[in-house]
Design a protein around this ligand. Structure first.
Ligand code: ATP
Ligand code: MG
Length: 428
């Protein structure tokens, strides 16, 4: 659908190759192929967003997104390997093996009101497409043919000045899509840029609107930050700017009450670790939650002198997860179960009563190596844990280095039993 509105005519600044110094070889060959094919078919197409930003910052982009005048169905018709995804934001994924190139159609975007955007599928031209994007540094196009950076919003200068600024009126932009506030803190943590004053004031004013956004999108951003290598700064800023409390009140309480914040210390170790290789999401989540579980267990131990067995610890682990997340989030059931296992198994590796264990026994569970991974992260800030880790690894229990979903990408689903067609039970 096109919006019935005259297009915005802004004269862009165009930066030639000798100024921006991006060379075409730095751009993923599949992204170049997609742009070329779209252009040969008569459409406009540019590299846009994080890919251009990261190249200008001399960092390796995580992904290369493409913006085009072709509508999603036209992209699908052009590429055999394309599928369309998303209802709120319809776009095409063009697949090359494991790699996905995201191709989105120019959108008219900004309706000029503070109403929450529930659908963003009104097509527009390239200027309008830039103006609906979140921050100026994310609003740059790169044209591989002329090797120019095209800038409608002064994003190039903001990148040089290391400033984060919303495109358009910040209050409006945060109210329309509160996830942008999390994205602002994400870029602040990742690049250590300053936040432009009006953008910062709007962040503080709009922070409670964060609960209006989709919890699934926020959860995805939080998990992505846990695996970004900048999780410590991100969670610190999230708390400092007042967004941690509405999202994760239990974690915010912990931050307030703990002068030597163990969560931040663990996240610092996690940051160092994820830079070496990706870590399963259950371990990421458990790193955030472990100090909360230990706090619960200490409180419970003060109330009763019965010894703790693993079933009871697991019960507390599930409570710690639910208490932290359930005010706003709906954790996927599988992730919740895996995190509970990883947390509980910390006390199998080092029993709470510290009794020496003669034989090391662990369930033949593929998740156990994930628990060892978290234990290793904990041992980095608590060296007296290292001998336990060594004992287990010497006994042949290796710690997990690759996320489970990469090892078992196609887990077989249990067949539904006949006669119960509406059953929705989906535990693994
Ligand atoms: P990353 O390096 O984490 O992928 P990114 O900026 O590329 O960062 P994406 O989620 O890949 O983030 O989004 C691609 C582009 O889409 C962004 O650079 C931005 O221009 C635009 N965008 C993403 N989310 C929003 C949003 N909530 N509102 C407006 N524009 C957005
Ligand atoms: Mg991106």
């Amino acid at each position: 659908m096109y919006r019935d509105k005259s297009p915005v005519f802004v004269q862009p600044k165009v930066y030639p190759a000798h100024e921006h110094k991006i060379s075409p070889e730095q751009i993923d060959e599949h992204a170049r192929y997609v742009i070329e094919k779209l252009r040969t078919a008569g459409y406009k197409a540019y590299l846009v967003g994080g890919g251009v930003r990261d190249l200008l910052l001399k960092q390796r982009p995580k992904d290369f997104d493409i913006s085009t005048s072709a509508k999603p169905e036209e992209v699908r018709a052009l590429f055999r390997n394309a599928i369309l995804i998303g209802r709120r934001f319809r776009l095409a994924h063009v697949r090359f093996g494991k790699k996905i190139i995201e191709v989105s159609t120019f959108r008219a975007g900004d309706p000029g009101t503070a109403d929450l955007i529930v659908r963003d599928n009104v097509w527009g031209n390239e200027e309008e497409d830039v103006l609906r994007r979140d921050f100026t540094i994310n609003g740059l196009f790169y044209d591989p043919q002329s090797q120019t950076v095209i800038d409608y919003v002064d994003g190039y200068l903001d990148l040089e000045k290391r400033v984060l600024r919303t495109i358009g009126q910040p209050h409006l932009r945060f109210s329309q899509d509160p996830v942008r506030m999390i994205r602002l803190i994400k870029f602040c943590a990742r690049f250590r840029f300053d936040i432009d004053k009006p953008t910062f004031e709007a962040l503080l004013n709009c922070k409670n609107e964060i609960l209006k956004s989709s919890s699934a999108r926020i959860l995805e951003e939080l998990l992505r930050m846990l695996e970004s290598g900048s999780a410590k700064t991100f969670f610190h800023l999230l708390h400092e700017y007042g967004l941690l409390r509405p999202l994760l009140p239990g974690v915010a309480d912990y931050f307030d009450k703990s002068p030597d914040n163990e969560i931040l210390a663990l996240l610092c170790e996690l940051d160092a670790d994820v830079r070496k290789g990706s870590i399963d999401r259950s371990v990421l989540l458990s790193t955030l939650l472990f100090p909360l579980l230990r706090h619960r267990l200490l409180l419970r131990a003060q109330k009763s002198d019965r010894p703790f067995h693993l079933a009871l610890i697991q019960e507390e682990a599930l409570r710690a997860i639910d208490e932290a997340f359930s005010t706003f989030f709906l954790l996927p059931r599988r992730l919740r179960g895996m995190a509970a296992f990883v947390l509980t198994a910390q006390f199998r590796i080092q029993p709470l009563d510290d009794k020496p264990v003669r034989t090391l026994r662990a369930p033949r569970d593929p998740l156990f190596p994930l628990a060892l991974k978290l234990f290793k992260i904990r041992a980095a800030i608590q060296p007296d844990l290292l001998p336990y880790h060594t004992r287990w690894t010497e006994a042949g229990f290796a710690e997990q280095t690759v996320p489970l979903q990469e090892i078992h990408p196609h887990r077989r689903r249990r067949r539904r039993r006949r006669g119960r067609p509406h059953e929705t039970h989906d535990s693994p």
